[in-house]
Design a protein around this ligand. Structure first.
Ligand code: BTN
Length: 324
């Protein structure tokens, strides 16, 4: 299926016969593959006498192209990098690697997928993951100092993602604590961090990242809150280049976080913190806390100025009550 997509990725018409020859299958089998791909949401035109085309072409992910654009440090830090056509969730795959790596001692691992059938967001939400247009990436990373050393990691990861996007010219983005990436009042990227290991012992974290690059028509209807994508913001980026930049930035931030701790991210956080001074509500389970956001503490917890004084919260979901 991926081979057919590679042939169609140039956006031009290809006859069923030519595709069949190139793939070593019958025209009927080409048609069957086209139907399967359409059912997966891939837009393929079929025109009598012309054949098939993917309007606008495709910018497919390629592990070698990603590695060729990654920093040397990132290439040597990641033992294996895989690109999949279709998975349930790249985080679930990376979690499997993470669990196994606790016993077999394997190194760090990254995977990306063209499409996820069960993309997972925070708080049990789904992450809408249509084919071939966005970034769905997970990185399994061993934290050398163990479980207790991951406090504040979410914030460092959010900073790393923003820095990667900014390095490609995407300005005006900000972080909503702890690490939702926003532009204006719309979400551009989300991060899901999971961990395996023993408290006081070994720890492997899985950092899952979804970036809306160019959401196909209709797919965004399933998202229940304001969202945006890089294409809407005027950025036409190669997904391989973007994936490489994200992985390089994540590896650099993880190394820095492990060596220097969260303190070394304070200035970056202050620059990107879009909640500072806003009147917000923090929802923690069935409880709400209201206050003016006033940054983070040394553990990466959110600080809220409330009528009862400044309080810190290590978990919860923030929404802004007043944007002014
Ligand atoms: C959120 O903001 O709710 C977090 C979204 C995280 C989505 C990414 S996409 C790649 C990885 N695989 C998943 O199933 N989830 C994360």
């Amino acid at each position: 299926m991926l081979e057919l997509l590679l042939l169609l990725s140039d956006g031009r018409f290809h006859s069923g016969a030519a595709l069949g020859v190139a793939l070593g299958v019958s025209r009927a089998s080409v048609w069957k593959q086209v139907r399967v791909l359409r059912a997966r949401g891939v837009k393929i035109d079929a025109l009598k006498g012309m054949g098939y085309r993917v309007p606008g072409g495709l910018d497919l992910l390629d592990s070698r192209a990603i590695q060729a654009r990654m920093s040397e440090v990132a290439v040597s830090a990641i033992q294996q990098l895989e690109v999949f056509d279709l998975v349930d969730s790249t985080n679930s795959l990376a979690m499997e690697w993470a669990r196994n790596s606790l016993s077999d001692g394997a190194g760090n691992y990254a995977c990306l997928a063209e499409q996820q059938t069960s993309g997972r967001g925070r708080r049990g939400r789904i992450w809408v993951s249509p084919f071939g247009k966005n970034i769905y990436l997970s990185l399994s990373w061993r934290i050398k100092a163990g479980y207790t050393a991951i406090k504040g990691l979410s914030v460092a990861v959010g900073v790393a993602v923003c820095e990667a996007l900014e390095s490609l010219g995407c300005n005006g983005i900000w972080l909503k604590w702890p690490n939702d990436v926003y532009h204006g009042q719309s979400k551009l990227a989300g991060i899901l961090i999971e961990a395996v290991g023993d408290v006081g012992g070994d720890c492997v974290v899985v950092i899952g990242l979804g970036v809306n690059v160019s959401m196909p028509d209709g797919a965004g209807c399933e998202i229940d809150r304001p969202w945006t994508d890089l294409a809407t913001l005027g950025h036409k980026l190669s997904r391989n280049q973007l994936a490489a930049r994200l992985l390089s930035s994540l590896v650099s931030a993880l190394n820095r976080f492990e060596a220097e701790g969260l303190d070394s991210f304070t200035a970056d956080w202050q620059r990107l913190d879009g909640l500072l001074g806003k009147y917000v509500v923090l929802t923690i389970g069935s409880e709400n806390a209201l206050g003016i956001a006033s940054g983070i503490d040394s553990n990466g917890s959110l600080l809220l100025d409330t009528p009862a004084g400044t309080q810190s919260f290590f978990a919860g979901e923030v929404s802004v009550k007043e944007w002014r």
